[in-house]
Design a protein around this ligand. Structure first.
Ligand code: 0O2
Length: 269
């Protein structure tokens, strides 16, 4: 296939990856804002390189004319979560969109059914419609959902597979299996203290939200021209900030809200 044809062929996949990345990044952001802790740590996407597409087609005996129906992961999205439990929630969110903006073709649960290599991840193959400058096309895309630990292992193992062209020496394979077991244990241990970790993350988020609010209020006060009062409040805030007591900071911010409101009313009258 000529280079230009490849470029044209890959356009819908590039668009699908960009759109899906934005969609899942939005979910990640909105969940964080609403729940004060993250469901999705990271979303990445890529279009398979021409060389990898050709390699896969050769390995699976797929004619070039059939690659868009037979190779499911030309468009690939990876969703990374902190905890195994979060994977179920992400899967649920994707299933809820089935038949709306995407169509689920297949689910592959390599977490329940770990691969012989030690690979763990949850895959959802979807059909996704894109509207490009060259028309409408429904493309297949693979969404891989995994934890940070699963991702770490998979990235390392993938590099070794590439280096050894699928023939990883026995000794290294054994170590990789041990590492997969360690990643599995790490996920399990983290799940045991998940509530503790989430509480800590929520507290951190709450504190940074309150501090951002206080700083905005002090800036507003500055804007009303009450410089002496604003500086006095700034000093009180820095003292409380050093103390680090969230309840006191919260109360301080509530009082500050009222002061700013009074000045706003005065400036209107
Ligand atoms: P790349 O370079 O990441 O794109 P199937 O016919 O369903 O058995 P297929 O299409 O290979 O065969 O599907 P499978 O097994 O679900 O794998 C799809 C993708 O999952 C792979 O794409 C990898 O990204 C990842 N994957 C699957 N098994 C392993 C594994 O043992 N180790 C690692 N690191 N990743 C794995 P590609 O095209 O193989 O690779």
């Amino acid at each position: 296939m000529e280079t230009l044809q490849w470029k044209k062929k890959l356009i819908p996949y590039e668009q699908a990856v960009r759109e899906l990345e934005v969609k899942f990044q939005n979910i990640a952001h909105q969940y964080q804002v609403l729940n004060q802790h993250s469901l999705i740590e990271l979303v990445t996407g890529r279009v398979k390189t021409i060389s990898s597409i050709l390699e896969k087609a050769r390995k699976k005996d797929i004619p070039l004319s059939a690659i868009s129906e037979k190779i499911e992961d030309i468009a690939g999205i990876r969703i990374i979560c902190q905890f195994v439990e979060d994977i179920d929630k992400v899967v649920h969110l994707i299933r809820e969109r089935n038949g709306k903006d995407l169509w689920i073709v297949e689910e592959k649960d390599y977490i329940e059914n770990t691969k012989a290599s030690g690979y763990r991840s949850y895959h959802i193959i979807i059909q996704y419609p894109v509207y490009t400058a060259i028309g409408e096309k429904k493309v297949l895309a693979e969404i891989q959902i995994r934890t940070l630990a699963m991702n770490f292992w998979a990235i390392i193992e993938h590099s070794l597979q590439y280096k050894y062209k699928q023939n990883i020496p026995k000794e290294i394979s054994k170590r990789l299996l041990n590492a997969a077991e360690a990643a599995f244990k790490l996920d399990k241990e983290m799940s045991m203290i998940r509530n503790e970790i989430i509480e800590a993350q929520e507290l951190f988020q709450l504190k940074s939200d309150i501090i951002a609010d206080i700083v905005k209020n002090i800036e507003n006060l500055h804007g009303t021209g009450n410089l002496t009062e604003a500086e006095d409040i700034q000093r009180q805030f820095l003292k409380l900030w050093r103390e680090g007591n969230i309840e006191k900071l919260k109360k301080f911010n509530q009082q500050l809200d009222m002061i700013v409101q009074i000045y706003d009313v005065q400036s209107l009258s």
